[in-house]
Design a protein around this ligand. Sequence first.
Ligand code: SF4
Ligand code: SF4
Length: 477
Amino acid sequence: MLMPADPPSLYEKRKGVYPKAVDGFYRRLKWAIMAVTLAIYWGTPWFRWDRGPYAPDQAVLVDLAHRRFYMFAIEIWPHEFYYVAGLLIMAGIGLFLVTSAVGRAWCGYACPQTVWTDLFQHVERFVDGDRNAQVRLAKAPWTLAKLGRRAAKWSLWLAIAFLTGGAWIFYFADAPTLQRDFWSGTAAPVAYATTALLTATTFLLGGFMREQVCIYMCPWPRIQTAMLDEKSLVVTYKAWRGEQRGSLKKAQAHPAEFGDCIDCNQCVAVCPTGIDIREGPQIGCITCALCIDACDAVMAQVGRPRGLIDYCTQEDADAEQKGAPPRPALSALLHPRTIAYLTVWSAIGAAMLFALGARTRIDIAAQQDRNPIFVRLSDGAIRNAYMVKVRNMEARPRPVTVAVDGLAGASLWTDAMAREQAGPSVTATVPADSVAKLRIFIAAPAAGPSRQDFAFTLTANDREGGGDHEPARFERP
Ligand code: SF4
Ligand code: SF4
């Protein structure tokens, strides 16, 4: 009986990737972006922002205990979470915009996985040496010397990973206080647990899983590849110029038979995901452009024009293949899709800015007592009672006036007042950054509809920040 052939395995063992050091324009650009992103990440929690005596002075703070999000002059309350949703939508559209303009630039330059993997690889080169030394060390048996190098490298990785976890927790509490508490052992257990978790994940993802995160774990490459089109900038090997590839010796001996690629494999050696871009665009390419730097250096050495591997759109590649001169990569940035994304992104940003600017910072909510619904007073008037909540979202106490609109002859008083003190409105001072609960009674003439709609109106007495109103109902027998 014929046995079916073994089914192909769905598991592929990881092949070690030992990227070689390279220098060039894109490498230096990556250094600059790494420095800026890390500086922003580590520095942001230490920026101060004066919000007065009633609010924290940390510029960016996610205050979980008090359910607030502070970002410089903006303060978001839980019921305003739609602003955070708006920011996330803008971030998503921003990524679409970047992808349609410059391909996977996020992956290649700014993604935390890329930044920390890059950092870890530099530590690796510092401790183990460059690519060849790393390959030799990986194959070498475990000796004291190898153990020492591994211990040194892992310790440095752990230190970087620890600083990462440590920086993250500072976004959730006052950074200087938390730092003091952390080292004195008096910080909340969740701070130590978060730091430990982030230290472990950074150590594993940046140190050991690296390109596997980009190729297998992260969903973004799948989404991005679906968004790329013939107008997107991607790292392209210009096969029509490079092929037939062959060694420099052969190419010099038979120049008519060979293209510009001298098959030196430098583009593969420097690739952090270990792919060969000469096989065409692939999901493993994070468009970091280090292969461009490597190949440009090779082209300079053999006296051929740079750009055998380059940022290029499919359209430009087709035109170039037909003889058109190479177009500067930046000229491909503006096309209908990037303009559409930019328009939507700007519109959402402008709408959010307008909404933020128009926020009243005080609001009112009211709930009518249901038991009893109404009371007939000795003078014949009908009384309803309400629980009125006035929210002050500013970092200072605010005097306010609550009145009614649409209920003729109504008089108001609170449970802290006598009926004789009732009037057309009541005043209160709402403490900073809090909600005041006022139990308000309303008396109105008995003559009228059994259910009458009206509105509570709220006015800020300090003449700033506008007001609010809340629909309500007055009920009679
Ligand atoms: S670095 Fe350039 S020349 Fe060398 S193999 Fe890659 S494409 Fe060919
Ligand atoms: S192929 Fe080139 S651009 Fe793509 S990941 Fe490798 S080095 Fe970076």
